[in-house]
Design a protein around this ligand. Structure first.
Ligand code: G4P
Length: 533
């Protein structure tokens, strides 16, 4: 095939791909929405097939047992389905107890997100945290306001809460008519269509009515007295809310908003149509040397997640690779740049809704799984030869800390090896004080500590305790000169630590301590993210 034809083929595959994640606070309806999306895509046949991770409301050992039972918990990590001739990759953002750096990092591998807000509760903490990560990359966001079948906040209040707390402009695409017992459906502002809601019934074409706009007298016969309320709301919106502007959505400064009820499969199709119609196809990705366009002829990709196999006999791991450019084919020989080695990817895995299958080929936006024995790390770049290093797959400053204490002191060496390997895998972060011998673990989710204890015992035969310790946040440091570095080090030595890649970090003992240090050392950069090397 000529290069022109190859490029055309790649471009056509790119245009029919969407890779996204759903962000939400626990219980907002992410699992329910995921399931409905998969049903639309025909990837599952029945409701109830997608298990929420929150079913693991048990002790860690149970959680580990579940992981083991599943082999590797990849079935819910990446879900692939087709809709309207579009291949859609939905990446799971672990939530609840298993909230971790992976949750953040998944957002580096997607091109857009859907944010689910429960209109009974409004904007909640976890959504705020995830939104901050999206903002760093200007990720385009579609918003789904869920549970309109229940009484909740007035829609205008939800919108102003999103605008105030999440600092993003809202552009309503649909508007709800009533809520709770009085929920009658939604009005599509741009298509001038009315979609009527009947509890428990999937909205079909028979429930969608085209109108001549809000002055259409047919609204009265369809909505009765609620027609006037809809007119008033939409008139108010015209003055108060911004119209939808595609370029603002694509640069992440505006979010199109849809209302519905995931449980009742209401409003979900409109959302999925928007994902296909306006969400970006695989985008250009930055590297340390140049930007890589997805339609380049040669293959490239990066690792954003490592999943350990729970079988202690084989310490093999599955690395999740996001294809960034070119055409990947099974058996391809690729360059692993950090290791400076060529490897053949003989048995790559593609993740379907509930299964894993061997993949013969993959295109930009797709996620493939590569088996390895600990040689692949998060942030690693693979190409067909060109020396590249994708950026934007960072390590995030931990928010929780523990001091490691060994149960049997003579196992120090094994512990060190285990902790280093788990840190390399991205399971937990490891810090050593510049002065002293302690091991401090850092994480963004509590469960990461339990998993570390469990895996050290199981895979390395080392038992540890994790004690509470008075650190509240970490910042990686960057100095403008050697002189500043020396001064800073001599002033703050007891707060200075190095991580597994020997990068210097400041561990603050309180928010107050961090605030003071930031104010005092204006010529030092305190970073909340660090790129993998
Ligand atoms: P999550 O993954 O974001 O944590 O949320 P999940 O989908 O598990 O939904 C949380 C709860 O909210 C579930 O109820 C779910 O049925 C309910 N829910 C989701 N969407 C809607 C909706 O549109 N309307 C209403 N009324 N409820 C909704 P649960 O009782 O916690 O679990 P379950 O017993 O129903 O599984």
């Amino acid at each position: 095939m000529s290069d022109i034809l190859k490029t055309k083929r790649i471009q056509s595959e790119i245009s029919r791909r969407r890779t996204f994640a759903i962000i939400s606070h626990p219980d907002a309806g992410k699992t329910t929405l995921t399931e409905k999306l998969l049903l639309f895509g025909g990837a599952i046949k029945m409701a109830g097939a997608v298990k929420s991770r929150k079913t693991s409301k048990h002790a860690t050992s149970d959680w580990m047992a579940i992981e083991q039972e599943r082999g590797i918990s990849v079935t819910s990590s990446v879900m692939r389905f087709s809709y309207r001739d579009t291949e859609i990759n939905l990446l799971d953002t672990p939530g609840h107890k298993d909230f971790s750096e992976d949750t953040y990092r998944v957002l580096s591998a997607v091109d857009s997100v859907i944010m689910v807000i429960d209109h009974v509760k409004g904007v909640e903490t976890q959504t705020k945290r995830l939104m901050e990560i999206c903002r760093m990359r200007n990720t385009p966001i579609l918003t789904f306001i869920n549970k309109l079948d229940r009484e909740g906040m007035p829609p205008f209040s939800v919108l102003s809460e999103i605008e105030d707390l999440l600092q993003i402009e809202c552009a309503p695409m649909t508007w709800p008519i009533g809520m709770g017992k009085d929920f009658r459906g939604t009005y599509n502002i741009y298509r001038k269509e009315l979609c009527l809601f009947s509890p428990g019934k999937i909205c079909s074409e028979d429930d969608v009515f085209s109108t001549f706009g809000l002055s259409d007298p047919a609204l009265e016969s369809l909505l009765g007295s609620q027609a006037e309320g809809l007119r008033e709301d939409v008139a108010l919106l015209e003055g108060a809310a911004s119209p939808f502007i595609l370029s603002d959505y694509l640069k992440g400064s505006q979010t199109p908003v849809f209302f519905g009820s995931a449980l009742n499969n209401f409003g979900v199709k409109e959302l999925l149509d928007a994902l296909v119609d306006i969400a970006p196809a695989p985008l250009v990705r930055p590297t340390t040397t140049r930007s890589v366009s997805p339609d380049e002829l040669t293959f490239s990709g990066f690792i954003f997640k490592i999943q350990a196999n729970m079988d202690p006999a084989h310490r093999d791991r599955l690395a999740f690779l996001r294809v960034c450019s070119g055409h990947f084919t099974r058996g391809m020989k690729v360059r692993h740049h950090r290791q400076q080695k060529n490897i053949t990817i003989a048995n790559p895995i593609l993740f379907m809704a509930q299964d894993r299958t061997l993949v013969e080929e993959a295109w930009p936006g797709d996620i493939i799984g590569i088996h390895n024995h600990g040689t692949i790390k998060i942030g690693d770049t693979f190409t067909e030869g060109e020396l590249l290093k994708f950026t934007g797959i960072p390590s995030f400053a931990p928010e929780l800390f523990r001091r490691v204490r060994l149960k049997e002191p003579f196992k120090a060496k094994q512990m060190q090896k285990g902790l280093h390997q788990l840190a390399e895998e991205g399971a937990v972060q490891l810090f050593r004080p510049v002065q002293g011998n302690e091991y401090i673990l850092g994480a963004v989710g509590e469960l990461q500590f339990d998993v570390t204890i469990e895996r050290l015992a199981r895979e390395y035969n080392v038992e540890i305790f994790c004690d509470h310790v008075d650190y509240v946040s970490a910042r990686w440091l960057h100095f403008d000169s050697e002189k500043t570095k020396k001064e800073f080090e001599s002033d703050n030595s007891r707060y200075l630590f190095t991580d597994t890649e020997n990068k210097l970090a400041y561990l603050a003992s309180s928010d107050w301590n961090l605030k003071c240090i930031l104010e005092k050392w204006k010529n030092v950069r305190f970073m909340t993210e660090r790129e993998y090397e």
